[in-house]
Ligand binder design. Structure first.
Ligand SMILES: Cc1cc2nc3c(=O)[nH]c(=O)nc-3n(C[C@H](O)[C@H](O)[C@H](O)COP(=O)(O)O)c2cc1C
Length: 381
């Protein structure tokens, strides 16, 4: 029988999908909704020690779209820092959520002083939190905005919260030269797991006003495009780490979730896709994960976890021989010229109103990727 359940830092989840910390899971009724749509667990919206961050400006969302050659991409650009709740209120809300749902709930804390790290960790443990995410990685929180050394912030947070008995999982930032360094710091300082990653900090500019858009400052930015960075680093860290990894960033469907697990993740967090599509998407993603296992004949996610890591070649192992060349199917080509304009090897030429590939072709594959009619393929030399 196929089972989606996972063991995440000693906590059993009925499936690997966690609704990650954000305004969609700030209150008990929203956490209940996430459970109703099949979430395996929830990380409550972050509590921030800095009171000023508990009030977000409006508007705080913008969907930025870019694209060319018929390709499109979007960014959810946002400024939503903290839960509006103060320490006791946050713990009360967590306790209320615990009374409404059966799934595990992680508190998320973003503190600055050791005293507050310590106090909040106790408060949320007493309120019934199953675990805590230590959020030193908010793209517009103090740790990142002040460019603090993350490994020091991680050590400080883990040390100050060490008295609690529930798992403490550190949410890492992608804004670092080598996330492996922070991942090791978490393990060495008795962290129970890591989340890879929070979002990047971005800036967009209103050309009319020649000033930042939205609230006039930096904001968090992420989107479907973020997953490739996430996969890259999970696959690097996974073989060296003994604590579990939660993937976070750019997951939009079941295939993305499976990719995260193949790279080494134990759980998969989703946020932007829920914001943009509603809680129902949780159900759909779980169904797609199940279908993948079913089609491939797997019984559990343990069978595929980290499976890709052994197949990633180092730069020295990559086969650099010239093996292919582009071929244009004249029946399908409508001379749109996209490949002609893009080829920087001078390998696409026009003759008698048609487009051909000449011997300058290096087999890079760009033209085949760009062709809107799929009229170009790479053929072996
Ligand atoms: C509007 C918004 C609010 C967020 N708030 C928090 C937060 O309070 N604490 C936190 O740790 N991460 C927060 N995040 C980050 C998400 O939990 C998640 O890690 C990130 O968005 C990447 O995942 P995604 O691509 O699925 O959105 C927020 C993200 C968004 C878009």
């Amino acid at each position: 029988m196929i089972s989606l359940d996972v063991n995440y830092a000693g906590i059993r989840l009925k499936n690997p999908l966690i609704v990650s910390s954000a305004g969609i899971v700030g209150y008990a009724h929203q956490i209940k909704k996430a459970e109703d749509y099949g979430a395996g667990a929830v990380v409550m919206k972050s509590f921030f020690e800095e009171e000023i961050c508990r009030e977000a400006p409006t508007p705080r969302f913008k969907i930025l779209k870019r694209g060319y050659n018929g390709n499109s991409s979007s960014t959810l650009y946002s400024y939503e820092q903290a839960s509006e709740l103060g320490p006791e209120e946050y713990a009360e809300e967590l306790s209320k959520a615990k009374s409404l749902v059966k799934i595990p709930i992680f508190a998320s804390l973003n503190c600055v002083t050791p005293d507050m790290w310590n106090r909040m960790s106790h408060l949320v443990e007493e309120a019934g939190a199953d675990g805590i995410e230590l959020n030193v990685s908010c793209p517009h929180g103090v740790h990142i905005m002040e460019g603090r050394a993350l490994k020091d912030e991680i050590k400080k947070a883990l040390e100050a919260t060490q008295e609690v008995r529930i798992p403490r999982i550190v949410k890492l930032s992608p804004q670092t030269s080598d996330p492996m360094i922070e991942a090791n710091v978490v393990e060495e300082n008795n962290g129970s797991g890591i989340v890879m990653f929070n979002r990047f900090t971005g800036l967009d500019i209103d050309l009319e006003k020649e000033a930042p858009i939205l609230h006039g400052g930096y904001a968090g930015h992420g989107g479907a495009w973020a997953i490739y960075y996430v996969l890259r680093w999970i696959s690097t860290v996974y073989p060296h780490l003994h604590i579990p990894i939660a993937a976070s960033g750019g997951v939009t469907d079941g295939k993305d979730a499976i990719k995260c697990i193949l790279a080494g993740a134990t759980t998969v967090q989703i946020c932007t896709v829920v914001i943009l599509k509603g809680y129902e998407v949780i159900q759909k993603i779980n169904k797609e994960i199940f279908e993948f296992l079913d089609e491939k004949g797997y019984q559990s996610l343990d069978e595929i976890r980290g499976k890709v890591t052994g197949k990633i070649l180092s730069y020295k192992e990559v086969d650099r021989r010239r093996l292919y060349m582009a071929y244009i199917d004249q029946e399908k080509c409508n001379q749109c010229n996209i490949c002609y304009k893009a080829c920087y090897s001078g390998a696409i030429e026009k003759r008698d109103g048609r487009i051909y590939v000449n011997s300058n072709c290096v087999g890079c594959g760009l033209c085949a990727e760009l062709c809107p009619r799929r009229a170009i393929e790479l053929v072996g030399l």
